[in-house]
Design a protein around this ligand. Structure first.
Ligand SMILES: NC(=O)c1ccc[n+]([C@@H]2O[C@H](COP(=O)([O-])OP(=O)(O)OC[C@H]3O[C@@H](n4cnc5c(N)ncnc54)[C@H](OP(=O)(O)O)[C@@H]3O)[C@@H](O)[C@H]2O)c1
Length: 431
């Protein structure tokens, strides 16, 4: 009988506890599927006395990382600490020592993934990170393995549950952003400091991982255009509804003739698109491949057990590879591809202006759009404002962002225009 493979866990917070719970619950079936018995030999934490969400033998806990990294019997390290440091240092050291690594750390993979993948390859070990995007949704493995027969054309996802919860509530309640954010914080769906979520940074990290895999190219977080949801108003949501759209924070990566688009921003999604029906804290990732067509992956994007489920799948993959001596099965030869500047991106736009209500204003605005080659698909002019500015709303045809910006600069300088209140991109054609 083989001796059980020893795992070292770095972290026993939400996800670490989820992994332990699943192992306690389904241990036999997981070992059977892995074809190998295994055990958690050590768990790194900061505070040995902290109450834990799962019962574990206290002698497994340590605050000294060398109990894991320096133990030659521990061959698989599972990093569930989060953050860049010391997670990067520990993962680097584990790979360098010839240990396999499983992580759910999106910041780590988005920032240092290419370097760590090269190190793992040079050491002939595995580095898996299914839990880093979409929590329990299997998306990394499909992009890395199941879809290798395709040229991926686009990946478009709702990958942040907090912002999707806020936008869903704003849509249902016709409520304003600040009120719904306060409610989400009270319910624990948003952090006390929600900036990473609402400004789109968390989604941008996940997009780096998805786009790098989909297009087999190293993408840096600095190449992702990022805009959050804090400027979205109940008025925009009502206009979206009027035109047959739902507003979602999307992480979008597309293959274009001149390179790749990589952007995170609030987006008008047509109600017939499957992403429009993803509500609350759920996540979904829409993938278009040239052979397979349109696919959508949907599920719980966070939480102890869903994310634990993804981490366990990676652990089992490592154990299976280990049993067959088949590490580093997955091709990781990435070629550089340029990422387009946001000014070069072509899309449609929703624009909401506040204008003085007098004859000729619409003609001036139309002329400003026309002068920069922007053509209008739909328009609404609401109410008679007396002395108050009135909203005028447009949806454009597809146009280069640079042209759109130039037309908006012209419009902003018109004396009859009080304010350009919103500019939101429109996406989501289906085949
Ligand atoms: N939470 C989710 O739903 C979710 C979903 C997908 C991906 N992820 C990713 O999974 C990772 C873990 O997230 P989490 O929510 O489980 O985090 P968490 O609840 O904050 O847990 C972090 C754990 O790591 C330990 N830790 C942190 N820094 C340490 C250090 N310097 N030395 C020793 N131990 C340290 C903490 O120890 P103490 O307990 O002693 O403080 C804690 O046990 C992150 O990368 C996150 O982005 C999380």
């Amino acid at each position: 009988m083989d001796r059980p493979v020893k795992l070292g866990l770095l972290g026993l917070g939400t996800v670490g506890a989820g992994v332990c719970k699943i192992l306690q619950q389904n241990r036999e079936v997981i070992s059977h599927r892995a074809g190998t018995d295994f055990e958690i030999a050590k768990i790194l934490v900061r505070d040995l006395d902290k109450p834990r969400a799962v019962k574990v033998d206290s002698c497994l806990l340590t605050t000294d990382v060398t109990d894991i990294l320096g133990d030659p019997e521990i061959t698989v390290v599972v990093e569930l600490m989060g953050g860049l440091e010391p997670a990067y240092e520990y993962v680097h050291a584990a790979l360098d020592a010839g240990k396999h690594v499983v992580t759910a750390n999106k910041a780590l993979i988005a920032s240092h993934g290419a370097r760590l993948i090269r190190l793992a390859a040079s050491k002939g070990v595995d580095l898996y990170y299914e839990g880093s995007v979409g929590g329990g949704i299997p998306i990394i493995k499909p992009l890395r393995e199941s879809l290798v027969g395709n040229r991926i054309e686009e990946v478009m996802g709702i990958v942040n549950g907090t912002t999707n919860y806020i936008l869903s509530r704003m849509t249902q309640e016709k409520a304003d952003f600040v009120d719904v954010l306060a409610e989400a914080q009270a319910l624990g769906y948003a952090e006390a400091d929600p900036a990473a979520d609402i400004e789109g940074h968390d989604a941008a990290h996940k997009l780096v991982i998805l786009a790098s895999l989909a297009f087999q190219t190293p993408i840096s977080i600095h190449q992702v255009y990022c805009e959050g949801i804090s400027q979205i108003t109940a008025e925009d949501i009502a206009f979206a509804e009027h035109f047959g759209y739902t507003i979602k924070l999307l992480a979008i990566a597309k293959r274009q003739p001149r390179g790749i688009e990589a952007r995170v921003h609030p987006t008008f999604v047509p109600n017939r698109h499957p992403l429009a029906a993803v509500h609350g804290v759920f996540n979904a990732i829409f993938v278009r491949g040239d052979a397979v067509g349109d696919l959508m992956f949907y599920g719980r994007g966070a939480g102890d057990l869903p994310t634990g489920s993804a981490v366990i799948a990676d652990i089992v993959d490592v154990l299976r590879n280990r049993k067959r001596g088949a590490h580093h099965r997955v091709e990781t030869l990435w070629q550089p591809i340029p990422v387009e500047a946001i000014g070069d991106v072509r899309t449609r736009y929703y624009i909401r202006l506040h204008a003085v209500d007098k004859p000729g204003v619409l003609a001036q605005v139309a002329a400003s759009f026309g002068a920069e080659g922007v053509s209008i698909e739909s328009m609404i002019q609401q109410g008679r404002g007396q002395d108050q500015p009135v909203p005028i709303v447009f949806i454009t045809h597809e146009v280069e962002e640079r042209q759109l910006r130039a037309s908006l600069a012209r419009i902003a300088s018109l004396p009859s225009i009080k304010h350009i209140a919103s500019v939101i991109r429109v996406e989501g054609g289906l085949r």
